[in-house]
Design a protein. Sequence first.
Length: 270
Amino acid sequence: MRFGWRAISGPALAAAAPLLAMLFDRLSPAPSPAPLLVCIVAFAGALAGLASAMTTAAVAVIGAALFFLNRYGVSGYGAADLVRLGLLTVTAVGTAGITGLMRERLLGTVAAERRSHATAARLSAALDQVDIGIVLLDVETRAEFINRAFRDYFALPDQIAESKPPFIALMYHGRDVGAFELPEDELGTFIARRMEMVRGGDATPINIKLSNGEVLRFVCTALPDGGRMLSYTPVTDLVRHTDEPSRADYYRSLRDPANRKLTRYLRVAE
């Protein structure tokens, strides 16, 4: 047991209560401090844990015995007083054990939740560093997490991403900002098929062509809790070169962050 104000508060109160009761008892008959002592034991267990609660229980029993001794004297002690003292002992020890163990369990749960939140925060930060778009959906297909790459690919504002939008809203947002390289009359069918794949957990990969020239490979993964993980992997280099072989270097240059390949391509074209 670590000594501090939390640890000594319970024993101090348990010692003070019988002393005050004995003082008032000299002026006028005071009620037994036993109920108050049990409350103090529970308080000590909730405040400082099992060790402090057990110490408080021991102090409480000794204080109650002194209170009865002060009131009746040694010769006045009877079987009824011993029974009351025994009941107080059992109650105080039981209360100390229950409250102390409950506090330790609660602290363990809080610590585990903090570790879980810290791990989730690190994982979220790591997923924001990759160029693969990641979306986590719950069982109702609402987005619980959207990483930075997906937001960039589909020009999704942070305000919308943090509002846990449904997947259908994300699809319509992509349509509204002109993210998809599809004729307008095909967008409705495209969105309906994507929704059907997500709801059914269809893991068949498909390529999604964006209007900025990039190609994303979309994969839906069903999660054990009924949710979905959607991944959008950039595969422009693997797909776009088949569109027109003579412009393969140009399509590959679109994924060069510094545009060095694009510069070389333009120089050759000149």
